[in-house]
Design a protein around this ligand. Structure first.
Ligand code: ATP
Ligand code: FE2
Length: 331
């Protein structure tokens, strides 16, 4: 089975084509186009305009890159949510148009579940992981329990990526700031105590951000602050992930989202996994960040397990929660 997936929850518009073979995911093409505002954060309507401008070319390019003909596609899937309304609508509209043009079925899928499933579909032996999903807007710990993907812990305020980007903006680093903070942290001389806030299984970053800003304005060295932000925030993320693993008795952990590119985060989670005799997985970067292949792959899993959607019912849902998905493809 071959599926073309369109991702458009936030600042990226992406098209991926995947093929299913023996229940494994083979990525045939995966094109990612990121909207980068000249200044400040993303404006949903401007991001949607960007997506509308490029989507047709991305679809053409992904056919070319994959070597797949329109007639070979069995399914079109798109990111139904969660995300920004105007961006979601643009991706869904493109998916509907394509589905009607090539006369193939359509499926809207959950973005967060797709991050987890692409790990399971492409990484050997990644079967039942706890997912630590750390991107710009999202920070969640997700695992399969009692027939659904459940959120065991999440941020109560900003996502970890946005936290890093917000501090970076204060310190005049260019966007995206996560990689620059990672580099600066390598030259730190000391750790500065920052608020570490875990509430139950949830996490919050605004106290840490305010404290980091205060230290920066007081003239503490930027390298030391960057190091301290990483050590504090990543330790808290590792702690809630470990708690979810202990609670669910799972022996695998998977990272996803742009912040998973950070070596220090990978290192901490890997160390925790080793200590629990669990295995650690992280997909290659293009499958970690928002991408169309993961949307296509989740479409395949759902379609092969009986999920169907009519074009007239292919709505988006800005608040599409992870645990709203009926997981028909797992026992
Ligand atoms: P979402 O998936 O929630 O829609 P997004 O699309 O904003 O969010 P991604 O593209 O997955 O998120 O990730 C972008 C974030 O990852 C940015 O906040 C960026 O600073 C951060 N990031 C990228 N590389 C690194 C790194 N090496 N270390 C830390 N953070 C990083
Ligand atoms: Fe994402």
């Amino acid at each position: 089975m071959i599926c073309l997936g369109i991702e458009g929850t936030a600042h990226s518009i992406c098209v991926g084509i995947v093929k299913e073979k023996n229940n494994r995911c083979i990525v045939l093409s995966n094109i990612i186009k990121i909207y980068k505002p000249e200044k400040g954060g993303i404006h949903p309507r401007e991001a949607a305009n960007h997506h509308a401008t490029y989507i047709a070319d991305l679809i053409k390019d992904s056919f070319k890159q994959s070597g797949v003909d329109t007639g070979d596609v069995d399914l079109v899937s798109f990111s139904k949510g969660p995300g920004l309304g105007p961006c979601l609508r643009t991706a869904a509209t493109a998916a509907r148009a394509l589905s009607l043009t090539i006369n193939k079925p359509i499926l809207g899928v959950n973005h967060c579940v797709a991050h987890l499933e692409i790990g399971r579909g492409t990484l050997k032996d990644c079967i039942d992981p706890v997912l630590l999903y750390t991107s710009g807007a999202n920070t969640q710990v997700i695992a399969f329990a009692e027939g659904r993907y459940r959120v065991f812990g999440e941020t109560l305020d900003v996502g970890i990526g946005n936290c890093l980007d917000k501090f970076g903006r204060i310190a005049n680093l260019s966007f995206p700031c996560g990689p620059k903070i990672e580099q600066l942290a390598l030259n730190a001389k000391k750790y500065i105590d920052l608020p570490y806030s875990i509430k139950g299984m949830d996490i919050a970053f605004s106290g840490l951000l305010t404290a980091a800003e205060t230290f920066y304005k007081k003239g503490e060295k930027l390298e030391d602050i960057c190091f301290s932000i990483q050590e504090t925030a990543f330790a808290a993320l590792t702690e809630i992930t470990e708690r979810a693993m202990a609670h669910t008795e799972k022996k695998q952990v998977l990272l996803a989202g742009g912040v998973a590119a950070n070596k220090r985060l990978c290192n901490m989670v890997n160390t925790m996994a080793k200590e629990r005799e669990a295995s650690f997985f992280v997909p290659e970067k293009t499958l970690c960040i928002d991408n169309g292949a993961m949307i296509a792959w989740l479409g395949v899993l759902m379609y092969n397990n009986g999920v169907r959607m009519k074009v007239e019912n292919s709505f988006i849902n800005q608040r599409f929660r992870t645990d709203m998905v009926d997981v028909t493809w797992r026992d």
